[in-house]
Design a protein around this ligand. Sequence first.
Ligand code: 1GP
Length: 239
Amino acid sequence: MKELYKNILQAKKERKKLLAILLDPDKIELKNVNDLVAKINQSPATHVLVGGSIVENNIIDDLIIQLKEQCNLPILLFPGNPSQISDKADGILFLSLLSGRNANYLIEHQVNAVPILEKTNLEIISTGYLLIESGAITAVERVSGTKPLDRSNINYVCQTAKAGELLGNKLIYLEAGSGAQKVVPLEMINKVANTIQVPLIVGGGIRSKQAIDEAFNAGADMVVIGTAFENDNTFFKSC
Ligand code: 1GP
């Protein structure tokens, strides 16, 4: 399947909003995957993301195999490092942490990922990843050893997003961090969406249908929900 990005672009063109459920393999037990998939299939999700800042268990391949048995949604890897690459997924958000100045997360992990990626058929979607300050230290900040961007400096965030686009990134991801106290500001989503042409992903701390709609209305093309679904598998019943 090499249609993932084409379909994301098409959705943007048709103003069809996309919703991704993020599954962190460390927080999932394989014996519960069937129930999880049933909930995903009942939800309005259009994509499944798999990954996390640190993944310590070894279940990514098995998790994706099991997901694919019962779920037709595209599965995209959202890896914190190259050890999370699985050829069982459909594609990968090939992330570069553009908000930080840690060369490992800007380019080193990506260089190390190449020999692994060359052995897969994953659709590789380069993604400029911007961590936005959200009230408390998040896992991305801790693991990457980088500071998030100032949430009040919208111009600088727009400039960073645009630089990411000009460097060739096919997606820009505004990330408040998993379980963030404060979501990405709506004004920031709006201004970034108006600055870039490529699709915009927004995630981190989104916990309600209202917050999802607000992010979409501000200009997000895809919203990512992790913790809210992790904590309550019936979360999407209200959506
Ligand atoms: C984290 O943006 C995602 O990388 C999702 O965040 O877990 O807060 O939904 P939450």
